[in-house]
Design a protein around this ligand. Sequence first.
Ligand code: ZN
Length: 660
Amino acid sequence: MKSLWNDADAAKCNDDLDLRVYSSRLLGADESLVMHGGGNTSVKSVVRDFFGDEVEALLVKGSGWDLGTIERPGFTALRLAETQRLATLDELSDLDMTRELTRQKLDPGAPSPSVEAILHAVLPAKFVDHTHTDAVVTLTNTPNGEALTRELYADCLVLPYVMPGFILSKQVADAIASEDLSRYAGIILLHHGVFTWGEDARGSYERMIELVDRAERFLAERGRVVHAGGEAELDLDGLARIRKAVSSARGRAQLAVIDRSGDAVGYASRDDVAVIATRGPITPDHVIRTKRVPVVLAESPKEGVPEVEAYTQAYRAYFEANHFEGLTMLDQAPRAGVWRNRGTLAFGNTLKECAIIADIARHTRWAIQTAESLDGSNAGWAALSPKEIFDLEYWSLEQAKLKKAAPPSVHTGKVAVVTGAMQGIGRAICEQLKADGAVVVGLDIDGAIEKSFDAAGMLGRVCDVTDEQSVRQSLEAAVERFGGIDIAVSNAGVFRPGERVADMTDEAWDTTLRVNLTGAQRFLKHASRFLVHGVDATAIVVGSRNVAAPGPGAGAYSASKAGLTQLARVLALELAPQGVRVNTVHPDAVFDTALWTEDTLKTSAKRYGLTVEEYKTRNLMKREITSADVGRLVSAMAGPAFALTTGAQIPIDGGNDRVI
Ligand code: ZN
């Protein structure tokens, strides 16, 4: 580990807080030092209160900020003396600690201070740095971890694990009351992390780097540190099956993101992986993201995936064994998985949640394999006991961090695939499903789809629905990326005006039938493979008012949509036993789509002797129907209000007496 300190950058800092931001970001730049909120920093400085009076303050990292991206507002100023005084109490409940720290904020609008704020306050140095660094914690998570740590860090204060927050602050305050802190280079907290300090930002930061470097060198010398690598085939049906089992354990749809990197596959292929992967996390604070252990899954998951059921049972037993008065059990679903010989998995409501879990899993397997590779009796992964992990998992201050996430929307955790997604109705459906929480895979023959769908949670793929291979590959890509398919919307279609039967070219007929009917059949056929493993799965077919009320000049279009509607009814019969709903939406007169140009609008209006405006609102309610209206209906049809509806045809046409 090397110092990233740069004098030129540091010289641009104007005050203590600038320097604090600068060196915090240096720590945050290295994932092996701090990950997703694991770690915090502070500086003691004089600030001015509302009256302009000088106040001695502790500026400590606020909750919700990551060190890698922290800015000045990410530090909360607390009155220093009062914060220090809290450590003199014999006891302080979490509720009181939160209240008292809130009371000491100089700016009531500043973020909640770190749960380690009191500890930062009692360390008698200007700058204090704290990390949950992989290397040091790995060393402490071994059978002889404490002895090895005391030997390697003879110049540090080494303290046994206690709960973070007030108890840890008190432990450190008591320890340093009877010790001359200047003798020590830092504090090593077993199974937790490292504290360093200094009168200047650089000193505190570089001491941290030095202490971490020491552990890294030790592990490299004493361990064989051979981290397995490998390659594996992806079993998409197995993946969808696993995702469904985890979703039902969680009680809502979950994304399932697979890591098939050589490193992940190598780990999942180790003979001993089921044993070493299930001993516990690197540091207990990971538990709120990953739960205590991952689920270990067989290479070829059986129907129903019994390992997930066993996991939930084991979780209930863990709760029973460790819970105390007043606790309510959290959900029992795994957040991480080790899929034998195939890779590792992250399960979550959102892609962001999955990315955090995947990051933690990557660091965890490095740590476990490193510990396992140490020489002789030093080898092994010895995490904290389930009870200690449990206490942190159910600690109100840790659970509070999760509550900051946005509440789930109706389609959160669901995966939708929509054809003809580039424009018009297809586009509007994608946007509504996304707004309602789903991740959306948009398929279109237009090559611009990939760039157009590059937002988080959206994937654009070029797909020709008339090409069976292209359809199959696109659906497989959706499963590979997100773990399954819950909502399949068949929307792609063409409309050739002037299709009077007498004048219709064979080409017009063939193309219309090929895209609107055969293309939809290919899509529904291959989507069905995954929908049967989906969560509240549904296929939705975009039909047309023409099915019930055809007009002249649209023979091929009307015939294709009528055929498609019949196909959807048959599919509804076929998939109902597996819980998959199939419904058809019949829009009419949606003119903000690529099917309609100025010219086609004028021609059609003229045919009925109407102006374009009259033609657009030619329905019983005299209302224009937009793509967004259809998007809202389709998203609703994919949701719980339609949970018991299948084989239905829902018009969205402003009312049509020929349909009614
Ligand atoms: Zn910590």
